[in-house]
Design a protein around this ligand. Structure first.
Ligand SMILES: *[C@@H]1O[C@H](CO)[C@@H](O)[C@H](O)[C@H]1NC(C)=O
Ligand SMILES: *[C@@H]1O[C@H](CO)[C@@H](O)[C@H](O)[C@H]1NC(C)=O
Ligand SMILES: *[C@@H]1O[C@H](CO)[C@@H](O)[C@H](O)[C@H]1NC(C)=O
Ligand SMILES: *[C@@H]1O[C@H](CO)[C@@H](O)[C@H](O)[C@H]1NC(C)=O
Length: 418
């Protein structure tokens, strides 16, 4: 991962630096502190620091040690913490697979701060005409930075059965994407991390439980967005992927489609007459969504999206809609905030910017509100061909596939990525 650009605004002076891992000496106190922590980590490593999550769980202090100090000077000097490559590298070398060890509170504090500073930089750059460009969030990319990237955010409760297929999909596009994994702690406990996760190694974000229909799914989405925003200023598209989801187009196709417009790919349907939507709307109690969210503003759509950076920022900054959606639901099965919250927020905050989910799903023979899932008895070649061409190739991904079809799919990569 080529994360090493650091945007530093000092008294209005603007500097874009690269953190040289070998040359930390010139950095200020905050970096010295980080270095000290790395040193402490190093000592612990030699004494046998845990090398798997399971061991980590048995010794929570290890995670605390892996956590960089809260950088007070950063409030003045800019988002130094964004350049956490050195720390990540050390964690990785030492066999820890987490991106960092911050609490949610600390994560959001940092992510919001970075965005505030970026916007400051934006206006500075605009004023002085340093960079010209049309897309707000592209204006402040580091001067020596590369192309905007797609943040692939894997939200899983059971594992990553299609990891080998994703690896093939990503091959050759190393500078154009980042990976983030939110994994149910139960799963992490059992999988035994031994470095065999390939490109997913070191990309797990501190995660919480996730349950169908529950609020904690949206909490996981927000956590993923905050991590991806903070991790790399070049992340421009934030794409949510489930464990049963596969890519059905090649990387270049998806990238160029995303890069061709400035909209988000998300469903923000409006169904004022639907009884289902009315019951979802009312599930927190009569009037509970008012006045911020009248029924006319309530949106419905697939959880699986690919949203723009400005929308990802809107989600983590939001203090208007989230308190409404966060209220407890009276019937959990009608709660489903993952099909309403982000959809409602984006459509109301930035009208006309929802352009439909990028993820194909089939509701044929749906049971218990679950979509159709494809297995060994299905004609995958025929199905995939149909999914790829449907509506002029508007779908980039498809679900749900059962884990046992991995082998068959690996045999179909010519078709998948043609
Ligand atoms: C982005 O798209 C929206 C909606 O299509 C449009 O109104 C807006 O002008 C665009 N912004 C830029 C910076 O291109
Ligand atoms: C993305 O789109 C911009 C503006 O249309 C274009 O200049 C740029 O070359 C595109 N980037 C890539 C990597 O295709
Ligand atoms: C779902 O059913 C429709 C109508 O019977 C059919 O045209 C379509 O191909 C089916 N889709 C899948 C993915 O099986
Ligand atoms: C994949 O293709 C190979 C070579 O044609 C074949 O031997 C194998 O059985 C196929 N695997 C699956 C799961 O279809």
């Amino acid at each position: 991962m080529a994360c090493c650009q650091d945007l530093v605004g000092l008294n209005g002076r603007l500097a874009v630096r690269s953190l040289d891992v070998e040359n930390l000496g010139g950095w200020d106190l905050a970096v010295l502190l980080t270095t000290a922590v790395l040193g402490a980590l190093w000592l612990l490593v030699d004494r046998g620091i845990p090398t798997s999550f399971q061991q980590l769980e048995m010794s929570p202090s290890a995670l605390a040690i892996a956590t960089p100090p809260i950088d007070q000077t950063a409030d003045v000097d800019g988002p130094r913490w964004q350049c956490n490559d050195a720390l990540q590298k050390t964690l990785r070398e030492r066999g820890l697979m987490m991106l960092h060890g911050w609490s949610d509170e600390e994560l959001f504090r940092r992510a919001l701060k970075v965005e505030d500073i970026r916007e400051g930089l934006n206006s500075f750059m605009e004023d002085s005409n340093i960079l010209s460009g049309t897309q707000a969030s592209l204006r402040c990319r580091p001067r020596d930075g590369g192309n905007p990237k797609i943040a692939f955010m894997f939200l899983t409760s059971s594992g990553l059965p299609f990891a080998p297929l994703w690896e093939k999909f990503f091959e050759g596009n190393e500078d154009l994407y980042n990976i983030y994994v939110h994994a149910k702690p139960d799963w992490l406990r059992y999988v035994g991390f031994d470095g065999s996760m390939g490109i997913f190694w070191g990309r797990v974000v501190p995660s919480g439980n996730t349950n169908r229909a529950a609020l904690n799914i949206v909490e996981a989405e927000r956590r993923l967005l905050a991590n991806a925003l903070l991790d790399d200023p070049l992340n421009e598209w934030f794409t949510l992927i489930s464990e049963s989801c596969i890519p059905i187009q090649n990387f270049g196709y998806i990238y160029s489609k995303l890069n061709a417009t400035n909209v988000s790919r998300i469903d923000c349907g409006y169904f004022p007459k639907s009884r289902l939507v009315a019951s979802r709307y009312g599930v927190r109690g009569e009037g509970a969504m008012l006045p911020e969210v009248p029924l006319s503003k309530f949106r419905f759509g697939s959880q699986w999206f690919s949203i723009r950076r400005r929308h990802a920022v809107a989600v983590i900054r939001d203090t208007k809609y989230w308190p409404k959606f966060k209220q407890p639901c009276r019937r959990i099965e009608a709660c489903m905030p993952d099909e309403h919250y982000v959809q409602t927020l984006i459509d109301n905050a930035d009208e006309g910017s929802c352009h439909g989910t990028p993820t194909f799903v089939s509701w044929n023979g749906s049971v218990g509100g679950h979509p159709q899932s494809f297995g060994l008895t299905d004609d995958l070649q025929l199905l995939i061909d149909g999914m790829k061409t449907q509506q002029e190739g508007r779908y980039f991904f498809a679900r749900k596939f059962r884990p046992e079809v991995l082998g068959s799919l690996l045999n179909l990569t010519d078709l998948l990525f043609r």
